[in-house]
Design a protein around this ligand. Sequence first.
Ligand SMILES: [Zn+2]
Ligand SMILES: [Zn+2]
Length: 407
Amino acid sequence: MCSRFLRHFRSPGPARVLRTNEDGAPRSNLTVTSGETATVEKVLAAVRVAPSTTEIREFPMPDIPEDSALLKMEVAGICGTDVRLYKQPPSSAPVIMGHENIGYIDKAGREFTKRKGFKEGDLVFLEHYVSCGTCEWCHLGQYRHCENTDWRYNPNAIRYGYTASDVAPHLWGGFAQYVYLPWNAVLHRVPKGVTPELAGLATPMSNGIEWSLFDGGVGYDSTVLIQGPGQQGLSQTVVCKQAGASLIIVTGTSRDGARMEVAKALGADHVIDVEKEDPLARIKAITGGKGVDVVLDCTAGAGTLPILLGVEALKRRGGTMVVQGEMAEFPNFPIGRITAKAITIKSARGHSFKACELALQQLASKRFPLEKVTTHTFGLNEVDLAIRSVGGQGVPDVIHASLMPWE
Ligand SMILES: [Zn+2]
Ligand SMILES: [Zn+2]
């Protein structure tokens, strides 16, 4: 599936561009030939230039100041957010996508190593949040809430996979050979024995810890409904199992057959195909009419239905529901049912520093067969195909896709 091309190439000429898109323009056999030898090293990146359209572009190798570093990319994970932002970009600016990034520190300034403790050769997981380093949230390790990285409200926010590639030094996304690391990049050491591809699960796994443990309060003897068996729902399954949940129910649709099998292998007690069975009746039957303690919404593009099901599937009083809330509107929101059942709703919004550290430890434990989740790899010139495949419209049965920029 992957084609190889030169690791470094030198060209003094104008930027070369190779376009791939949904209509099947070339997406394999990308060849980049060297021009005459020049002194400037170039970095190849896949750039989203319009909705559902990617171009391979060259960028100059950035200068690395003493307080900064350069990450040589190994794996960029692709998730449901990429599927959504690829189809409907939040702005028309060109963006190197890729926000779940694993790589080796290739160059590190002296100050960078002194302040942050990372040196050349270290394998790291890079959070996509770029902190301000001074606010209350940053001091709490909650970089996700820092204004410096909040692209929704701050036009100058820096966030990997979101910031436009015309902002110098351009390398703000993981679908590229290299990524720039300023002093305020947030890094985690990948534990020994964890391969870059396995470490590519750090983001869904840290979301799993944040949403189910920290937000949902899942623990010993909890009963949990996880809606959606994608990489996110499967990661929640692992985390809930590890935390001691006594009942894990995972729902999906008829096209999720393979994912449901993986859910069972990772610890789900029951799986429900919501297109074949009445999920609420089944959940009531499984729980003896009681309902569950916690509902985790890990669906993508399913509209309001998972929330409505979650409200009814929760126990009579005091359940918790963690929701993503990606829908623009929610007509007839069941506020009366929510208050009558004393339901707590929490927002699924990324992960904290602590959740990332726990996620990496979970990956290092090798306690769960996570190789069943890391199903596919794609090369840099296959970004379009890779994103479509994660969205269910390309290569079949993709659960987690690893974009490997050197292949
Ligand atoms: Zn993601
Ligand atoms: Zn901050």
